[in-house]
Write a protein that binds this ligand. Structure first.
Ligand code: GTP
Ligand code: MG
Length: 208
């Protein structure tokens, strides 16, 4: 059911921080493919980025949610970008801050042509939440290519992990005719890494 990897592994020779942008207008010139990561605060975006690139301190991670407030660009192999987006729905932010961030994120997603795929992260332990379901609906309505990445698989037994993902997908199929690609990952034990990197490698070969 999940995307798995058959290709030879993509090798990450280099990954480095490139720029933090406060809005879509200040992003790099858009000549390279970029892959953005989004999800609720604390879902594990920064940890996943560190795991994918194999650079522990690349994206900041913290147990204090809501740290990432900017559009953070990381250049990989001098060829493509990983983009760490702010988490949505963090309750401790003021309403005005939440609205400002939501506008910034949606502007980026809807207007950024170089964004080849959006990875939407879901904590595998959580039941489907309105905020994520509605966000994916918005992506569908706006024709944004996206995939779902379940995070923190190491926190459940293999059976419980599979069950939780299957239940989530069933909920999605109440509204969607077809599911987007689904990845099962853990930043702790690195599962799902090759599958995501292969997927990115395939898209890198498409014209921008
Ligand atoms: P914001 O930037 O605040 O929106 O959070 P984020 O989505 O970037 O989450 P971050 O990567 O900072 O991780 C949040 C917490 O979850 C940290 O304490 C991580 O160590 C933990 N965490 C992230 N991924 C995993 C995982 O795969 N397994 C386990 N066990 N913990 C994880
Ligand atoms: Mg983060």
């Amino acid at each position: 059911m999940y995307v798995t990897s058959n290709l030879k592994d993509m090798i990450i020779n280099e990954a480095r921080f490139h720029i933090s942008s406060p809005s879509v207008d200040k992003c790099p010139d858009g000549k390279l493919h970029e892959y953005a990561f989004i999800g609720r605060s604390n879902v594990g975006k920064s940890s996943l980025i560190n795991m994918l690139t194999g650079r522990k301190g690349l994206a900041m991670t913290s147990s204090t949610p809501g740290k990432t407030m900017l559009i953070n660009y990381f250049l990989v192999n001098d060829q493509w970008y990983i983009v760490d987006l702010p988490g949505y729905g963090y309750a401790k932010r003021s309403k005005a801050d939440r609205e400002r961030l939501e506008k910034m994120i949606k502007n980026y997603i809807a207007r950024r042509e170089a964004m080849t795929n959006l990875f939407v992260l879901i904590d595998v332990r959580h039941k489907p939440q309105k905020i994520d379901i509605e966000f994916m609906e918005w992506l569908g309505e706006n024709g944004i290519p996206f995939s779902i990445v379940f995070t923190k698989l190491d926190k459940l037994t293999p059976t419980a992990g599979k069950k939780s993902i299957a239940a989530y997908c069933e909920t999605l199929l109440e509204q969607w005719e077809e599911l987007p690609p689904v990845f099962a990952t853990s930043a702790e034990d690195r599962r799902g890494r090759d599958a995501i990197l292969d997927y990115i490698e395939q898209m890198n070969s498409l014209p921008l």
